[in-house]
Design a binder for this molecule. Structure first.
Ligand code: FE
Ligand code: FE
Ligand code: ZN
Length: 277
């Protein structure tokens, strides 16, 4: 089963997102847990949650992939930003329990001149503080393009963070095809090799979700500019092959391509047509 969707606006609640997903042929979706560029979170209404869960069961939706705000930087040099980051993640994980057993994806962060090692320590520290046994949500570290001082540009960096976290069972990885490509992993000519490497360093089973994006830039560019499926340097063929990998089947696939709803509907249709059960 291909679980595929895109980012939807959370402003009207879960049920509205569920209906919008259905309209475009999606059976999962992503959303920002709070204002992506700010920090405020909207109140979650219990009747909306009840209605949404009913709808998602009826439509056999896959797991949702919530996204932390971009303003979250667990390894900022500024203590105030790190504190916000912890509080926001702790609060998000509490709120996620309204819709249990889904995914929560975040950008590990940018170390900004402090160096990778200190960055890794700060990220792990945050995770050790906010992850508890009561949460059913799995927290995903996103593979990053390596723009600026982003941590997570290599599988080794993600592994180094994960190694330092006590509750490893609460952790996974969200594999972003544009970011991995921009990070220098050739998923076009050597997908076997890239996945083998991932398996050796982190473990293929740790990939819990996919961000499916084409890239406006060539391999290893560290730019992080997403392109529509088939309009970038990765290309439609490689992305179709990617979602058809037996190791990755059944994972929620989220499009983060520069599209309006009509564009997403088309991409979803195209990918479904090119997916073999
Ligand atoms: Fe992201
Ligand atoms: Fe992404
Ligand atoms: Zn990106």
């Amino acid at each position: 089963m291909l679980y595929i969707g895109c980012h939807l606006s959370a402003s009207k609640g879960y049920t509205a997102m569920g209906r919008q997903a259905k309209e475009i042929g999606a059976n999962t979706f992503a959303f920002f847990t709070r204002n992506p560029r700010g920090g405020s979170a909207k109140e979650i209404k219990s009747d909306d949650v009840v209605k949404y869960i009913e709808l998602s069961e009826k439509l056999a939706f896959g797991k949702l992939v919530a996204h932390a705000p971009y303003t979250m930087n667990p390894c900022s040099a500024d203590e105030k930003i790190r504190r916000f980051s912890r509080q926001a993640m702790a609060d998000d994980l509490k709120r996620m329990e309204n819709t249990p057993h889904n995914y929560y994806n975040f950008h590990p962060g940018s170390h900004v001149k402090q160096g990778v090692d200190i960055g890794i320590e700060f990220i792990a520290e945050q995770l050790n503080e906010v992850l508890t046994s009561e949460h059913s949500t799995i927290v995903l570290l996103e593979t990053m393009a390596g723009k600026g001082s982003e941590i997570g540009r290599s599988f080794e960096e993600l592994r180094a963070v994960m190694d330092r976290v006590e509750r490893k069972e609460k952790l996974g990885v969200c594999f972003d095809t544009c970011h991995v490509w921009d990070g220098g992993y050739d998923i076009v000519n050597n997908l076997d090799g890239v996945l083998e490497k991932f398996d050796k360093i982190i473990g293929i089973g740790k990939i819990k979700a996919v961000h499916l994006n084409d890239s406006m830039n060539p391999l290893g560019s560290h730019k992080d500019r997403h392109a529509k499926i088939g309009e970038g340097h990765i290309g439609a063929d490689a992305l179709v092959k990617f979602i058809n990998r037996p190791e990755l089947k059944g994972l929620p696939v989220i499009l983060e391509t520069p599209n309006d709803m009509e564009g997403y509907e088309k991409e979803i249709k195209f990918l479904r047509e090119n997916y073999s059960e």
